[in-house]
Write a protein that binds this ligand. Structure first.
Ligand code: XMP
Length: 346
């Protein structure tokens, strides 16, 4: 039940969907080789990428090594902001390829942005949990007045079309869409707020603004990536799928069953203690995940799966995927059948 401003009760709760609720219907295809499929996506008119995948600005996902690997694979890595300005600039300088880095909306964000640009960064990511906020509007306005329009500004996160349009109107070139869906998020548990990520993507893809849409949070399989792109995302942003690799920051350690690395939400207790010495609102968790080896192999696998996904829809590029794809809802039995269900039987 929704209670509106006047305290009236309404029974018009919207139904929402996310990745496991839907499937894409296979369609007639004339694609003879997956190599003919083009995965190029535009962050803006001057910035095209061969692989529509971006690594998250998190301190267990993207440092210079990951950003360089992402660039080599045709994607993009956004260097996290949980460090001194000097250290972040150093990581930007050590990144080969496209250089992108995160900033906040308070404190030293303007000095940080200026220093990052001097270090060669030409994509800034304004990285906050609740992007539909007066502080975001102020930061975007201030940055545009200070740095002009040559630098690409990615901003987020948002969950609604209204927020998406506002950030676009305030000066963002690309927008991260998804609140509370990340594998290490506890925002929905702690605050009761959020929108299932695929729903947010579908809602925001109705925007008429010329900005790129980045689906972020809760993407756990290559199939989820294809669903996000079919729903209207220009890019996906990945945390857990790229964490635990040789290129992610942090040490490998030995556990009971093998090698592990840490993957943690940036609002987790552990991350907050490390970057600001105390905790405020805890909206994430820290987790250990099995060590996965090189991210290069993972990205090659993802690229192959995304190409296969397009060929099942008969789409030669991401635009065709978006226009041709047909989503269907699946119930619980369909979800079970869609998994490798042999595992639950033997
Ligand atoms: P995945 O599912 O790819 O999600 O692991 C990564 C995304 O999660 C967001 N993020 C957080 N969200 N609390 C949150 O509610 C956190 O502590 C947190 N840390 C990261 C972020 O959008 C990232 O790309």
């Amino acid at each position: 039940m929704i209670i509106d401003k006047e305290g009236m009760m309404k029974n018009n709760i919207n139904e929402t969907i996310t990745f496991d609720d839907v499937l894409l219907v296979p369609q007639y295809s004339e694609i003879l080789s997956r190599k003919t499929i083009d995965l190029i996506s535009e962050l803006d008119m001057n910035r095209k990428f061969d692989l529509p995948v971006i690594s998250s600005p998190m301190d267990t996902v993207t440092g210079a090594t990951m950003a360089t690997a992402m660039s080599k694979a045709g994607g993009l890595g956004v260097i996290h902001r949980y460090d001194t300005i000097d250290d972040q600039c150093d990581r930007v300088r050590r990144t080969n390829g496209t250089k992108a880095a995160a900033i906040g909306v308070t404190g030293d964000y303007l000095d940080r942005a200026t220093a990052l640009i001097k270090s060669g960064c030409d994509i800034l990511c304004i990285d906050v949990a609740h992007g539909h906020h007066a502080l975001m509007r102020h930061a975007l306005k201030t940055l545009r007045n200070t740095i002009g329009y040559d630098i690409h500004i990615m901003a987020g996160n948002v969950a609604t079309l209204e927020a998406f349009n506002d950030l676009a109107d305030w000066g963002a070139n690309s927008i991260r869409v998804g609140i509370g869906g990340g594998s290490i998020c506890s925002t929905r548990i702690q605050t009761g707020h959020g929108v299932p990520t695929l729903q947010s993507v579908m809602d925001c893809s109705r925007s008429d603004r010329s900005v790129a849409l980045i689906a972020d949070g809760g993407i756990k399989t290559p199939g989820d990536i294809v669903k996000a792109l079919a729903a209207g995302a220009d890019f996906v942003m990945l945390g857990s799928m790229l964490a635990g690799t040789a290129e992610s920051p942090g040490q490998v350690f030995y556990g009971k069953d093998g090698q592990y690395k840490s993957y943690r939400g940036m609002a987790s207790v552990e991350a907050q203690i490390d970057w600001r010495g105390h905790t405020a609102s805890v909206e994430g968790v820290s987790h250990t995940i099995p060590y996965k080896g090189s991210v290069v192999e993972i990205l090659m696998g993802l690229e192959g799966s995304i190409r296969s996904g397009l060929s099942y829809t008969g789409a030669l590029n991401l635009g065709e995927l978006r226009s041709k794809s047909k989503f269907i809802k699946q119930a619980a039995a369909g979800q079970t059948e869609s998994s490798t269900h042999i595992k639950s039987r033997y």
